[in-house]
Design a protein. Structure first.
Length: 301
């Protein structure tokens, strides 16, 4: 590899590990080992950045960073080649042909063909079924592909960008709902927005008024935004990449910041094995989120 050095900000952006995490690992595990530029800012070699990227990928499979960093080179190389889990060939073989084709179009960078295929499926299925039976499993498949090294980061971003474009066009014709008023966002270090987009579409179809603030909003800002928008509900999305052990504490902190009149819902694949703290509704599936709207309305009748 070349002798290019990347700043800590560039590593945070490209790998998806925060500056704080990089500093903690450096202090706790002795890796990464940054150099310093003329201004004293941490800089990292391409080799270290690639190693960090592989560590992040293997963390999707449940491996702890300390174990991965301490692992002998040969064992780590073997594990990263396997992707930390079963080969992607088996899931693809068991995936419906339409989803496997969409995955392949992203992998082959066929932008127009992918967009056209998604639009055709959407027209055939309708928005609700499209979200639950095409977009949701495809998002998981794309995540698995990245996790196991079959997709590059830019390909995952391509999927997200093209899919959001198709979804926004479809959602533009959905009449604006009135209630509940649902504020949608993710917390810091949760960069994945597909979960928010899917929930927004389904809740809009149920007549909810969704206010999406994008990703990585600090806890205090979430609370301020909820009050400013007179939200009835705050909805958070957690992907499988988010550390599950951190979720209960974060939910408790946010619950304490929100007025009792504002409900707190948490959804996404990241909460499937999380016990919801008191005062928090866990919506582990998209169907759960839709049902939560009906429950909210029933409670006010």
């Amino acid at each position: 590899m070349s002798q290019v050095r990347l700043s800590i900000a560039a590593v945070e952006r490209d790998v998806g590990l925060s500056k704080d995490v990089l500093r903690v690992w450096e202090r706790r595990y002795g890796f990464p080992v940054p150099g310093r530029d003329l201004h004293g800012v941490r800089i990292y070699t391409e080799e270290q950045v690639e190693h960090l990227r592989l560590i992040k990928r293997l963390m999707y499979s449940g491996y702890r960073p300390g174990r991965l960093i301490a692992m002998p080179d040969e064992e780590f190389a073997l594990l990263s080649t396997r992707g930390g889990g079963p080969s992607l060939e088996t899931p693809l073989a068991e995936t419906p042909e339409s989803l496997a084709r969409l995955f392949s179009l992203i992998h082959l960078h066929q932008v127009d063909a992918y967009t056209q295929s998604m639009q055709q499926i959407l027209a055939r299925e309708g928005l609700s079924r499209f979200v639950q039976h095409t977009m949701a499993p495809l998002t998981e498949l794309i995540g698995l592909g990245w996790q196991q090294g079959r997709l590059q980061v830019f390909e995952e971003h391509l999927f997200a960008e093209l899919t959001e474009r198709v979804m926004r066009q479809a959602m533009a014709v959905v009449p604006r709902g009135l209630e509940p008023r649902v504020l949608l966002t993710t917390l810091p270090n949760e960069q994945h927005a597909m979960g928010l987009l899917m929930v927004e579409a389904l809740l809009a179809l149920e007549g909810a008024q969704c206010i999406s603030l994008g990703t990585q909003l600090p806890l205090l800002e979430v609370a301020h935004a909820a009050e400013a928008h007179h939200a009835d509900v705050v909805g958070l999305s957690f992907s499988a990449a988010f550390p599950a052990r951190q979720i209960p504490s974060l939910l408790l902190q946010l619950r304490a910041l929100l007025p009792a009149t504002i409900q707190l819902w948490a959804g996404g694949s990241g909460v499937r094995r999380v016990a919801g703290p008191e005062g928090v509704l866990i919506a582990a599936t998209l169907h759960d989120a839709v049902a939560a709207v009906a429950s909210w309305r029933s409670a006010r009748e």
